[in-house]
Ligand binder design. Sequence first.
Ligand code: HSE
Length: 452
Amino acid sequence: MKQDSSAGLKDQFNIGICGMGTVGGGTFTLLQDNQTEITRRLGRSLKVSHVASRRQNPLYDTEGVRFSTDVFAVADDPEVDILVEVLGGTEPALSLIMRAIENGKHVVTANKALIAVHGNAIFAAAKRKGVTVAYESAVAGGIPIIKALREGLAANSIQWLAGIINGTGNFILTEMAEKGRSFAEVLKEAQALGYAEADPTFDVEGIDAAHKLTILASNAFGISLQFDKVYTEGISKVTTEDVNYAAELGYRIKHLGITRMTDKGIEMRVHPTLISDRRLIANVNGVMNAVVVKGDSVGSTLYYGAGAGAKATASSVVADLIDIVRSCGSEARSNSGNVPSLAFDSLRSDIPILKIEDIECEFYLRLSVQDKIGVMAQISRLLTDHGINIEALIQKEPDASQGGDAFVPIVIVTGRVLESQMNKAIAAMEALEQVVEKITRIRIEQFDGEGN
Ligand code: HSE
């Protein structure tokens, strides 16, 4: 390790990168490409001294850099000051990070699943050892949303946040809406572009977004990470029909992660959502991510940018490296920074996370019914019996080409109602003989009439 004796500061920090896939390779390249600018910002340099991956990746010129096939060799390398974990998955990532912490190294990770599920234990271990575990790149790729929540908005009591936080899902919904492309075809393209998770069901079933929402909620409200309490629904059941009806009603369908502080507890939910097409967030398309945060003092703020991909994610990884080095004095390993891992010095454990049944929403309902006299009246009566207001309604003429057995689609927008009450109303409507299919329900968000 080189020391600058005049300033008493260590002038070079050695970085070990574990995983040389999309994000690891992107990080390696960015550190090389922007080396001069980064050194100018820091007044110190960042040098990749050790990389580990299953095999050498011929795409990157790692000559002069120590190479290992065993990632633990990086955690045990006394020359490495900061370990970058970009392997993904639970193991060996979890053991690797714990080993690095035990060895007094700072860690930068892009592993949202690991932070969402094991973050409480990881941060506790890091606190004991006085090192930092930074994870900006775990949420929304290149958007500095963790920094915004932990630092820029630190004066606020956060009221709610909502985000498009899975690029693959947004890419699929956008292509379906704008080009009528099939779900499977677009997913394949997202995989080829390196956006999708190793297991793409994590993207389309909302698990990846739930990991990220868990992390955002903890940083917004100062609560421990509680991934198992997130209500999670994917986009695999969204049809082109629903996308088109939503458009007719002035809405776009987006896959949102939403967390909100209420009098009863905290909402944490990921599901397809109708949003007015006048909102900025409804117009976030392709692989782009966006997060709206409502603070009591600042009001509503919007963060937008690339949510996946090598360069955008590497931007956040390297920003974390820079932050860590800035917080270190002359000793590389002794300073855990000034910002608590989950934004708050003390976490609250007294606020319950609400079950989806206890959350109130407006709803989009699509029913397929027999074309018979009185069906509409029965549906309307059942909704009224359950205290549900009809705000908008579309009923199309039956398709003449299907002859006498044609079914008629009915689309209803309801007023606000508890999910548990909506469940009862849907069960009652589905019990009608004339309702021929399971009713599609998609929640609607108006964001308290706030901007963005
Ligand atoms: N699969 C993720 C996405 C990658 O599509 O957003 C970035 O976390």
